[in-house]
Write a protein that binds this ligand. Structure first.
Ligand SMILES: [Zn+2]
Length: 321
């Protein structure tokens, strides 16, 4: 990180979550984060994990609200493009974003899409040679190229941008003649990307039982690069850093954007799970190099009233301020 950010940021990054205050009870059977010194950097493993958790809750609530209030259903769309080198990644992401905008401006798409939440994700392939695991995952591709386990990996050190999109559509979309088939999505996507070599596009309905904690929600909520990729090596980290910094990674549009505003204004609080836990104690933990040193103390009557009132509508992972 050192070469990318200020000394001040490095210090905050270094000491991220060095202490925690949790609201709890005597038995410590319930626990809620009250305060910590999180650095908030989007490349910090602790902070990205916390943000992903918060996003997952937010997106679930947006979907639930849009479903109940607007009577919409959801489509989960995944758009991919061929792998590129680290040097090409930034431009490729720009192209990708432009192509997505073009796709959603198409008349037959605009007609059915009421709003969406999209998230860019980038993975990297850092295997020099084809492993058993890689072979199993991309068997068709390797077979097509006549490659076997142990051969040099043709996509070694490449980056693979793709996009996950939760699309709000009318209930009547599914099974309707306006519905867009997977092959139609693929054809339009190839057109927008101006690349006929693209082979993978996925489009499926988000099932009613799945709106919260579904695969779709988790895919959108998680960070744009997974830890095993991001922290693979300094060169790989630099590539991700340059490609992802200052980018808006989750984009809300149309009805989903309107509902994200309502969420922020507290208009969707009734969709939040009410927290019924009772907090009587404060657990103070300080990082001591290999473990946290913790102290438990009782809350004063005044603190108890204040924090329990505030914690009522606070989501797991949120800080009570
Ligand atoms: Zn952090």
């Amino acid at each position: 990180m050192e070469k990318h950010v200020s000394v001040k940021m490095i210090n905050r990054f270094d000491t991220c979550s060095s202490w925690f205050h949790h609201l709890t009870n005597k038995e410590m059977s319930v626990k809620r984060l009250y305060r910590t010194d999180a650095c908030g950097n989007r490349f910090c493993p602790i902070c990205t994990w916390k943000t992903a958790k918060k996003n997952a809750i937010k997106i679930s609530i947006l979907m639930e609200a849009v479903k109940e209030i607007e009577g919409k259903e959801f489509l989960f769309l995944t758009l991919t493009a061929p792998s590129v080198s680290g040097e090409e990644l930034c431009d490729e992401i720009d192209q990708f974003n432009k192509a997505v905008n073009r796709l959603f401006k198409r008349r037959n798409v605009e007609r059915v899409v009421k709003g969406y939440i999209r998230k860019l994700e980038v993975t990297t392939d850092q295997e020099k040679y084809i492993t058993e695991k890689l072979y199993k995952r991309k068997k068709d591709y390797y077979d097509w190229r006549g490659l076997k386990v142990g051969d040099p990996n043709p996509t070694y050190n490449t980056y693979h941008p793709h996009m996950h999109i939760i699309v709000a559509v009318n209930k009547s979309y599914f099974g309707n003649r306006d519905a867009i088939s997977k092959s139609e999505w693929l054809e339009m996507w190839r057109d927008c990307m101006n690349d006929n070599s693209i082979t993978q596009v996925d489009a499926k309905k988000v099932r009613a039982t799945e709106t919260s904690n579904s695969n779709a929600v988790l895919e959108i909520a998680k960070y744009s690069a997974k830890g095993s990729d991001l922290y693979h090596s300094e060169a790989v980290f630099d590539t991700f850093y340059m490609a992802l910094k200052r980018r808006q990674l989750i984009v809300y549009s149309g009805m989903m954007k309107d509902y994200a505003k309502k969420f922020k204004n507290g208009e969707l609080d009734r969709f939040k799970k009410e927290n019924e836990d009772e907090y009587t104690h404060l657990l103070q933990s300080v990082w001591k190099g290999s473990t946290y040193d913790s102290k438990l103390r009782e809350l004063t009557q005044e603190e108890m009233e204040m924090y329990n009132e505030r914690a009522k509508f606070i989501e797991e992972g949120d800080e009570v301020e």
